[in-house]
Every structure is written in structure tokens, then in C-alpha cells.
Design a protein. Structure first.
Length: 114
């Protein structure tokens, strides 16, 4: 059985394929919160973002398992670089989108211009 978990009060609701009960909970229990922000609804392993009167939003997933660099770097070196990047982004609370930033890309290319 999957559950939908409220990220505001952490109350869990059984999920039988829809989120009607959960959305009723959000609208009745957390109306001031939901009127001003985007609510995140976790259902099993998926994540949906819903706004009160707008379209659904999607969040980009970073894929660090791209094997394009493995042949040039070797699996151990790639793993070490990925772990170091994780620590930088998480440790300094940087937005994951930093990897798309032109300055960050330029910095990485300066480190290894291949």
C-alpha cells in the first residue's frame, strides 16, 4: 500500500491511485500555506508539484550516471568527481541547477579542457 505524506504536518494518507483525500486535507488544513506556495505531494516514489490554480510543475532530475565520461576518466575517477560535486552542492546548499550555469561549465572546462 502506498501512502501520500503531507510535508507540512507529516500526516499520512492511504493512496489507492488518486490524491483526492490528500488534496482535501491540504485545502482544509493548510489553506493559508497552499494559497501562497507550491505544495509537494509525494506518492510512493514519485513527486508531483501542484499549484492552487496553475498547471502542474515538473522538477528536473540530474543524471550523474551518464557513461559518456567513463571511458575517458575511468569509473573510479568519475565516481570520485561525482561524489565531490555532490558534497559541494549539498555542503554549500547550492542549487542543483548550478551545473547548467555558463560560469560553472567554463570552470569545469578550464580544469579539464578535453
Amino acid at each position: 500500500m502506498e501512502f501520500a505524506c503531507c510535508k507540512i504536518c507529516f500526516k499520512e494518507y492511504k493512496n489507492t491511485g488518486n490524491t483526492t483525500n490528500f488534496l482535501v486535507h491540504i485545502n482544509s488544513e493548510h489553506k493559508p500555506h497552499s494559497a501562497n506556495s507550491t505544495d509537494q505531494v509525494h506518492v510512493g516514489n514519485t513527486e508531483q508539484h501542484q499549484t492552487p490554480s496553475g498547471p502542474s510543475l515538473s522538477q528536473r532530475t540530474l543524471d550523474f550516471n551518464n557513461n559518456a565520461c567513463v571511458s575517458r576518466l575511468g569509473p573510479e575517477k568519475k565516481k570520485k568527481i561525482d561524489e565531490t560535486l555532490y558534497k559541494l552542492v549539498i555542503g554549500k546548499m547550492l542549487p542543483p541547477s548550478i551545473v547548467d550555469n555558463d560560469y560553472f561549465i567554463g570552470f569545469v572546462k578550464a580544469l579539464d579542457p578535453r
